[in-house]
Design a protein around this ligand. Structure first.
Ligand code: SF4
Length: 311
């Protein structure tokens, strides 16, 4: 599959929405976030407690899925949100909050995913999870669903350096990421990795190494975020007390880093996004106040000089 289109001497990188369009031709597809009541093994004491230093789940879950309603009800509510503008829209049920393959056996997980797929207009699943929470029987079940409805895994890697993973209290290793992606991809599942730029102890060169290491794996997509210091997280407390060294990116520094990233990501890997947009009232730093499209306009301005731009 060709993700780059040559236009004279310009190279245009395919956006995530065009990637989806290649899988669902002729249809506009939108993710709907679902909170299915999962927990996280890094919070409930199974492998750790307190969670990752930066984590506050309500900072990345939309309001329409904050109430613990049945999955189908949440999807219907999400559809109302989008379908006024685009009545023909199709949907991916996005199991986003916490660790969405954890704490239930594969048959109970399957029932939950199938509840989502049973909703009118839902054409696939996006499942966010940790790399150490994807046992083979769950991957086999997802692979079976994937035969009829596309399944996209979104695996939180965050860094490829085990020292960093320890420091941010992830309680998994890079080897766990390699294992999860290899086993999922060998079953035909589409894999996306999530990385965070600006983690404590990591400079730009380490972020670029993380991107290279991620892209050496059989992944389809990459999602990168700037580290945000969110109110009421362990990271925020440690940072305010001067007990952890974190220098939030200035916008121009992060844009320049992202431009470098576009030069090293191979043509067959789609960059889903570069920006995290938590509710402004929760963000302590960095406070850029930018929407994703505004960030992308700025980034495109820079990378066009490198003969690359996002469609
Ligand atoms: S970021 Fe994910 S793995 Fe870490 S504590 Fe939050 S839900 Fe758990």
């Amino acid at each position: 599959m060709l993700w780059l289109i040559s236009l004279s001497d310009d190279v245009v990188m395919i956006s995530y929405s065009q990637y989806l369009n290649s899988i669902f031709p002729g249809v506009k597809v939108q993710k709907i976030s679902v909170n299915a009541g999962f927990s996280c093994p890094n919070r409930d004491g199974t492998i750790g407690s307190g969670g990752c230093l930066y984590c506050r789940n309500d900072s990345f879950s939309p309001a329409y899925c904050m109430d613990m309603e049945p999955v189908a009800t949440q999807i219907e509510r999400g559809k109302e949100f989008f379908s006024r503008k685009y009545p023909e829209m199709k949907y991916l049920a996005y199991f986003q909050s916490y660790t969405n393959t954890y704490g239930r056996d594969s048959s109970r997980l399957r029932a939950l995913y199938e509840e989502a797929l049973g909703c009118e207009g839902v054409v696939g699943l996006v499942i966010g999870t940790r790399p150490d929470t994807l046992p083979d029987d769950v991957l086999d079940m997802l692979s079976d669903i994937n035969r009829s409805s596309p399944v996209f895994l979104e695996i939180g890697a965050e860094s490829s350096f085990d020292d960093t993973l320890r420091l941010i209290n992830r309680h998994h290793t890079w080897a766990d990421v390699v294992s999860a992606v290899t086993r999922a991809s060998s079953r035909g599942l589409r894999c996306g990795l999530h990385l965070i730029a600006g983690l404590p102890g990591e400079d730009d060169e380490m972020v670029l190494a993380n991107v290279r290491n991620a892209c050496a794996l059989p992944i389809d997509t990459l999602k990168l975020h700037q580290l945000q210091i969110i109110e009421a997280t362990p990271l925020c407390k440690l940072w305010r007390e001067g007990r952890i060294e974190v220098t939030p990116y200035r916008l121009e520094e992060y844009l320049s880093l992202c431009a470098r990233i576009t030069q090293i990501v191979p043509e067959d890997i789609v960059i889903e996004r570069f920006l995290s947009q938590s509710p402004p009232e929760m963000v302590v730093a960095p406070k850029w106040g930018l929407k994703n499209y505004q960030f992308m306009n700025l980034l495109n301005g820079i990378i066009r000089k490198n003969k690359r731009s996002f469609l």
